[in-house]
Design a protein around this ligand. Structure first.
Ligand code: AMP
Ligand code: ZN
Length: 469
């Protein structure tokens, strides 16, 4: 199946072709570990999980590298505020991040390099940029990248180079498009950095945020790889600066496909720490919502569309997943004979629609529609008593397949989950009684089952279904 992805560099959906057939190198800008990540951040990590799962679903082997930014302006600022050494401060949030990934069933990346473990690689890269004349040391001893030396600067964010202010410098890690400037590769130590500093050929200091990603991606994926991802706000200046550093150093095209996800919104505004309109995953778990429910909500819109977060959406997710659980339980309880051909067409159609949707730039809405369509067809067969155990198994297999990407469908729900053996035995005895036309006994058994808190429902064709009353 041909996979198509929206390449931000080209602003269009294009066929995806990895450099090495069958293998994908993918770099993901990971969290800045200065706080608990909020669910807006997790929208980005979810999208990357979805992308990776989809590539793997279609048979590609993916090496995903996700960095941990454990030294930058924000981590230093907040560790100093708390009076905790940087390493201890970030360790807490790294662990929290990994715990949260598990809650959301986000599959682990192949490697999580931390910036503070790669300072020598960053220094080496900056040295190359100095040697090639792309970088210079300013009066404050910091090293800056000269964007004038790199004519392609601005190609990702499509910045009008005419209006660039030549020779202006910016030391902050984060800045807006209207302050395009030479950016810091190495920041000379100042008193705000406290005891956070490394020795370098240019004096004591620390790396800028952007160089971290260039150095770590190239260490683990080489100087040319397939996919680089992030939230749309990473595009400028972070990704633009990464491209400049990496391509200036290697002289090669660095990344073939750039993918960015749109924001998670709250009341029309981007969910963000600075606006204070955020929920961490922990906030939602404390309110009683579950990982799968939150995952389902985050799967609720195409990754390039803004997604509005509401508690209503969480409530709907709960209902949807409960309905799936009930459906899967009924499928597992199905005992009727037959070869499963009654649902072959519906299953094949759902798989075909699902695969086509996901291969088309991760069209989750169409894929979800295929999930619902098969549920409708399955329920219809169950209601009419025409679904065989073999057919039910086929349907379940299809959902297990879909779940390789969706990751939150309750396919593991056990048929016997809430039904004790005693109740099942009474139900079987009732079938025997009915076959013998002993309806008094059959009714007595139904009452006995009811007294244990279960309802028995007959389905045409002699099958039955047990539910909790
Ligand atoms: P940060 O820790 O701020 O560097 O952000 C980590 C990731 O989350 C980046 O890829 C951001 O683009 C992304 N991100 C931040 N806020 C949101 C949001 N409201 N919706 C989607 N992604 C976001
Ligand atoms: Zn990055």
């Amino acid at each position: 199946m041909e996979i198509k992805l929206f390449n931000t560099m080209e602003r269009s959906v294009v066929p995806f072709q990895p450099i090495k057939p069958g293998f994908v190198g993918m770099y993901t800008c990971g969290p800045t570990v200065y706080n608990f990540a909020h669910i807006g951040n997790f929208r980005a990590y979810m999208f990357e999980d979805l992308l990776r799962r989809t590539l793997e679903y279609f048979g590609l082997q993916v090496k995903q590298v996700m960095n941990l930014t454990d030294v930058d302006d924000k981590t230093i600022r907040d560790s100093r505020k708390e009076g905790v050494p940087l390493r201890d401060f970030t360790a807490k949030y790294k662990q929290a991040f990994f715990d949260d990934l598990k809650t959301l069933a986000i599959q682990p990346a192949s490697v999580y390099p931390a910036a503070t473990d790669h300072i020598p690689q960053m220094i080496e890269l900056i040295q190359i940029l100095m040697d090639k004349g792309y970088a210079y040391q300013a009066e404050d001893k910091s090293i800056y990248f000269s964007i004038d030396k790199f004519p392609a600067y601005g190609k990702l964010a499509r910045i009008d180079r005419e209006n660039q202010r030549s020779g202006v410098r910016i030391k902050n890690d984060e800045y807006a498009k209207d302050s395009v400037a030479d950016f810091a590769l190495w920041k000379a130590w100042d008193e705000n950095d406290g005891d956070v500093a490394w020795e370098s050929p240019w004096g004591k200091g620390r790396p800028g945020w952007h160089i971290e990603c260039s150095a770590m991606s190239m260490k683990y994926l080489g100087d040319a790889f397939d996919i680089h991802t992030g939230g749309v706000d990473n595009m400028f200046p972070h990704h633009e600066d990464e491209i400049a550093q990496s391509e200036a150093a290697s002289g090669k095209k660095w990344v073939n496909y750039w993918l960015h996800c749109a924001h998670l919104m709250v009341d029309g505004e981007k969910m963000s720490k600075s606006l204070g309109n955020f929920y961490t995953l922990r906030d939602l778990l404390a309110k009683g919502w579950t990982g799968p429910e939150i995952r389902w909500v985050l799967l609720g819109a195409h990754y390039r569309k803004k997604l509005n977060f509401t508690f209503d959406a969480l409530a709907q997710a709960r209902e949807t997943l409960n309905r799936f659980a009930e459906f899967f339980r009924r499928l597992k309880q199905c005992r009727a004979p037959g070869d499963g051909s009654e649902c072959a067409e519906a299953v094949a159609a759902a798989v075909k629609a699902f695969d086509a949707a996901m291969a088309d730039d991760l069209n989750v809405s169409e894929a979800t529609a295929a999930l619902f369509e098969l549920q409708r067809a399955g329920n219809k067969l169950l209601e009419s008593g025409t679904l065989s155990a073999a057919g039910a198994e086929r349907i379940l297999e299809a959902y297990c397949r879909f779940n390789r990407i969706f990751g939150c469908l309750p396919v593991d729900v056990s048929a016997e989950l809430e039904i004790p053996a005693e109740v099942t035995a009474l139900a079987e005895a009732r079938v025997t009684a009915r076959k013998a036309k002993n309806f008094a006994e059959s009714d007595r058994l139904r009452d006995e089952i009811a007294s244990l808190g279960y309802l028995i429902e007959d389905v045409p064709g002699g099958a039955y279904r047990i539910r909790k009353n």
